[in-house]
Design a protein around this ligand. Structure first.
Ligand code: SF4
Length: 433
């Protein structure tokens, strides 16, 4: 047994979980391969936040049956949000899967691999930080969620909120910076609630201040916030700390108070608007994004219009729009009829996308002619690519750059989805650290 392959779907937290499992398997001496048929250990890291994601996982699981037969001793593992506290149903459906693991519970697979290799994995595996990370890396800082939004399956799968100790996160980010990471994105389902379950109750603002002092690190982001926890110290930290990027994702989910109440989102649209205004007052040039669900049970045409009005008024830089998808086990699934026809949900989602496209066309056009700082994150088809501090994707052509560099780029063309630029007067910014 010497190779592994991880298939991943879903949110940034899943990507981070996959990276951390890969780190553990590499520490046990296994190597990552590009194709599942070359691997001794195949892991599917699953997502069930929407039916479409779950369908893809089921399809990927179906492809495992012949792969399992092809190689004696091959291990197939299912990880992530498809795995709940009880696995008997999954075991009956997918008898060829050897290991079922809830999110971040790597132990069952490491036990099995350790047995096959004759190793005690707990003696071999240290920090799960990726050994060869990308220049921009995810760092989970808080697991689970204590809220029970009626549409959401995540608390049932990822459990209650648990923050990682502040010093542990700081040490991990120091290690990542030593390994060449220039940007970290701190992850949590409610990342702005960080620390309230820890004995000293540090806040996200305290953590950001500590990370801001780490040599070699250029940028810090955090994702995903909840309006109820977005405190003034956090907003002030974004305004004051030079490495913290001026970008906040703040899911609103609906622009109508009655729908928000049925979603169990503990704020009104007026309070949300006030919060956005306060963030914009405190952090000049901040870029804001949001998540919204259309077609939630009982959402009337008028209530949907309130969501559209909120989006038009607040002019977000990005909107993640999802058509409501009933998730078995959630409060909405158990207590509310999924009464908006699929065609209507799709029509509403398209309306949101059209509105957002026209807003972004205007917002991005206003950037043409401006110089922006980008972190060079990749090279594809003869162009460098990276993101601005405000999380906008920029492409530019020039030979004299390298991954991880901060570059000063003049924006020359804009579309709703990305920007094109050219290095501003050979404007490389000095490398930090
Ligand atoms: S805050 Fe709500 S939507 Fe977000 S993970 Fe928790 S329950 Fe789900």
């Amino acid at each position: 047994m010497d190779s592994f392959y991880i298939w991943n779907i879903g949110c940034q937290m899943n990507k981070a979980d996959s990276e951390r499992l890969a780190s553990a398997l590499e520490q046990l001496g296994l190597r990552s391969v590009e194709e599942p048929h070359d691997a001794d250990v195949i892991v599917l890291n699953s997502c069930v936040v929407r039916q479409s994601a779950e369908d893809k996982v089921v399809g990927a699981l179906g492809a495992m049956r012949p792969l399992k037969k092809q190689r004696t001793g091959r291990v197939v593992a299912l990880m992530g949000c498809m795995v709940g506290p009880r696995t008997d149903g999954l075991q009956r459906r997918f008898p060829y899967v050897d290991v079922f693991m809830r999110p971040q519970q790597y132990g069952p697979l490491l036990d099995l691999v350790g047995q096959r290799l004759g190793l005690d994995w707990e003696c071999c595996v240290g920090s799960l930080a990726p050994a060869k990370p990308s220049v921009a890396c995810y760092v989970p800082i808080i697991h689970g969620c204590d809220l029970m939004c009626t549409f959401c399956i995540i608390p049932y799968r990822r459990g209650r909120q648990v923050s990682r100790p502040l010093n542990e996160v700081v040490q991990e980010v120091e290690l990542l910076a030593q390994r060449g990471v220039k940007e970290v994105t701190l992850l949590g389902q409610t990342v702005d609630a960080y620390g309230c379950d820890l004995p000293e109750q540090p806040g996200l603002g305290d953590l950001l201040a500590r990370l801001n002092d780490i040599p070699g690190l250029d940028r810090i982001r955090f994702l995903t916030s909840h309006p109820s926890f977005m405190s003034q110290p956090i907003i002030q930290a974004v305004a004051d700390l030079p490495k913290v990027c001026e970008h906040i994702n703040l899911p609103v989910q609906a622009g109508d108070d009655e729908v928000l109440s049925r979603m169990r989102r503990p704020y009104t649209q007026a309070k949300y608007r006030d919060l956005i205004a306060r963030i914009r007052d405190t952090v000049p040039g901040v870029s804001l994004s949001t998540d919204i669900i259309v077609g939630f049970p009982g959402e009337t045409a008028e209530q949907f219009q309130h969501s559209l009005e909120l989006l038009a008024d607040l002019r977000f830089e990005k909107v993640h729009c999802a058509a409501y998808s009933p998730r078995p086990g959630t409060i909405a699934f158990r207590t509310m009829a999924d009464d908006i026809p699929l065609e209507e949900k799709v029509r509403r989602r398209e309306q949101v996308e059209q509105l957002q496209e026209s807003l972004l066309r205007e917002i991005n056009a206003s950037l043409v002619g401006q110089d922006v700082e980008i972190l060079v994150e990749g090279y594809n088809k003869g162009r460098w690519q990276g993101r601005t501090r405000t999380n906008k994707l920029v492409f530019f052509k020039d030979e004299g750059y390298h991954l991880g560099q901060l570059a000063n780029v003049e924006i020359t063309q804009a579309s709703p989805w990305s920007l094109q630029g050219t290095p501003a007067a050979r404007g490389c910014l000095p490398l930090a650290g």
